[in-house]
Design a protein. Structure first.
Ligand SMILES: Nc1ncnc2c1ncn2[C@@H]1O[C@H](COP(=O)(O)OP(=O)(O)OP(=O)(O)O)[C@@H](O)[C@H]1O
Ligand SMILES: [Mg+2]
Length: 242
């Protein structure tokens, strides 16, 4: 488990400021949701934590390691940040079967071959896909692909798990089922989890705290109770309705 600290990070594309300087501290083991309307910068923010996008300014610290610092030009690549990520579009490798998709992070970390099989099989069981290792992604339903993406993100037991709208492409029943499964993961494994969503119900069910984002700014950060009982801005009052 690691803390994640964002110290005045910003993102500017061309002339457009997508994220004005933003600071946020996520505690070790915390489940924090980034909740906000489409286009408010949620994916940009989570990709900067992952190292897939460079902040224009600022610092990102994971545990006791500074993984990005604009002043000293220090940059730790994504694969060295000890995190797992589920992307908004599953981003599975189409030419690899389910087993190899899930094994990929282990192979990157040079886990011995003899350990890989057991770890992948356990990961498949955790997401209830036992026996589907030989299928290719295009032979799976959307919900099954989503679960492969989750298993791949979990298999190396990262200290931080980043989830970008992991349920957005699922139908209502599956969404319900997966939401429950993510809740179980939270109870089962000690991980810091950062969850991007625009679905207020999901955020309320899963989160220890929620950061409400609007146009790249944190309008309010708090527990469900705090956001409900004492919204601090007009935006939060109008937006947060669960
Ligand atoms: N590479 C890019 N170049 C220029 N603008 C970009 C780029 N990537 C994202 N943006 C802009 O940044 C803003 C935030 O995008 P982002 O994808 O972070 O939003 P989001 O909150 O994840 O939205 P959604 O809920 O629809 O996924 C948008 O206005 C988007 O058009
Ligand atoms: Mg997004």
């Amino acid at each position: 488990m690691s803390s994640v600290t964002l110290d005045s990070i910003s993102k500017i594309y061309g002339e457009q400021t997508i994220i004005p300087p933003l600071s946020l501290e996520i505690k070790p083991g915390e489940f924090l949701s980034l909740l906000g309307p489409s286009g408010c910068g949620k994916t940009t923010l989570i990709r900067m934590i992952a190292g897939l996008e460079l902040p224009t300014q600022g610092k990102v610290i994971i545990g006791d390691q500074t993984v990005f610092d604009s002043t000293s030009q220090h940059f730790v690549p994504p694969e060295k940040r000890n995190l797992g990520m589920v992307f908004q579009s599953y981003a599975l490798w189409p030419h690899l079967n389910v087993f190899e998709n899930i094994a990929f992070p282990l192979r990157c970390r040079k886990v011995p071959q003899s350990d890989i099989e057991g770890k992948v099989e356990s990961a498949l069981e955790e997401v209830q896909l036992h026996g589907l290792g030989k299928r290719k992604p295009n032979e799976l339903s959307g919900g099954q692909q989503q679960r492969v993406a989750l298993a791949r993100a979990l298999v190396a037991r990262p200290k931080v798990l980043l989830l970008d709208e992991p349920l957005s492409n699922l139908d209502t029943n599956l969404r319900e089922e997966m939401c429950e499964q993510i809740g179980k993961l939270k109870a089962q494994f000690p991980m810091t989890m950062i969850y991007v969503t625009h679905d207020q119900n999901e955020a309320v069910r899963l989160s220890d705290r929620i950061a409400i984002l609007n146009k790249g700014k944190i309008e309010q950060l708090g527990t469900v109770q705090e956001l409900r009982n004492s919204p601090k801005t007009e935006f939060v009052r109008g937006f947060f309705r669960v």
